[in-house]
Design a protein around this ligand. Sequence first.
Ligand code: HEM
Length: 407
Amino acid sequence: MSTTEAHTEVPVFDAAFVQDLHSRYAEIRDATPVQRMATPHGLPVWVITRYEDVRAALTDPRLRKEVTRIQEVIAANLLPDSGGREFEDSLASHMLNMDPPDHTRLRKLVVKAFTSRRVEALRPRVEEITERLLDDMADRSEVDLLDSFAFPLPIQVISELLGVDESRRDAFRAWTNVLLDASDREAAGAAAAEMAQYLAELIEIKRREPGDDLVTALVDATEDQDRLSDKELIAMVFLLLVAGHETTVNLIGNGVLHLLRHPDQWAALRADPELVTGAVEEMLRFDGPVMHGTFRFTAEPMTIGGVEIPAGQIVWVGLAAANRDPEQFPEPDRFDITRDAHGHVAFGHGIHFCLGAQLARLEAHTALRGLIQRFPNLTAAGPLDDVQWRFSTLIHGLRAFPVHPAG
Ligand code: HEM
């Protein structure tokens, strides 16, 4: 196919798109798997939707993050506008926005501190927090599953892991919300500045009084005489905190939504809690909680899926579209917790593969197991078909999820 044929300039990622994410991606994939489209602000973006092309794109060194061009990604509305210079210069210069060799160096240092052992050691604590939250829900006839359960669990876990003290946790949630929603640029700028200042203080405190936490481990991490600078530490801790706040929440929320929409699957899980591992993978594949896509820039002219793309263009790698590609997952629109969802790209793929995947899985397994055992008759307190999604290119989650815990 020629470049011109792919120039359809259809708008993507507006509010209607987000409400109807999977059918809109399916339309694009069926029509032209690699398509030049327009963001709501009218800027061009090349959208990739086939599994094969998405996997290949995520390991192609010609597709880069280009941290110096982040303003263009924000202008295209593919990242929230989080308050200008302060944000871009400090908080946004983290490894998810970097390319090799900077990315390689930062990832090596963080992997030294954020080890499998450290995550596994959290298991009893994750179980304890889950039990306490479920206890609090027990005598209430209706609760919002997100507010009462899905939000507080990962927030508490990531805060304890990093060593953020309890008095600052509400402030963190407020800052993260402002930064990700980004409807108020001035408020976002102020939140970014306050957060950067608090993170600088936190790092200083951990340097003076080391603890058994991840920030201390990051301060201490060294590799061949190399270590993280203060600026890099701030951006890294920011990335971990935001990723730890807004991700597992929606994995639990979206997952429970689909289980309640498919009572046979809920019953199967209730009968055999061992199915929880497969269930979580299917939830990630079927309706991943964050980043229904991720951006890259073409470093040189290249051909993807038979379509020529010039250098310097923004490419949108459609993770959610790939996860529903019938060539890879038969009957992709069928939610089936017993299927083999192996190979999904909800956590990305390649050098930026999600650093928190093990933690997210641990939290989601514990949460689901706890929920289904404690509240086997859980029901939704609102219509399950007509749900409202948050409007964001980063987060794919419900605005609210009222439930009756005891049915
Ligand atoms: C990267 C998804 C939870 C930390 C990513 C990427 C995806 C993703 C798709 C790659 C983006 C790209 O290639 O542009 C998810 C999902 C989660 C989740 C679906 C939950 C269900 C977490 C948690 C943490 C975390 C809990 C931290 C505690 C990170 C970090 C990166 C990342 C640090 C950047 C890795 C790099 O650039 O090398 N995540 N994430 N994530 N995630 Fe997650």
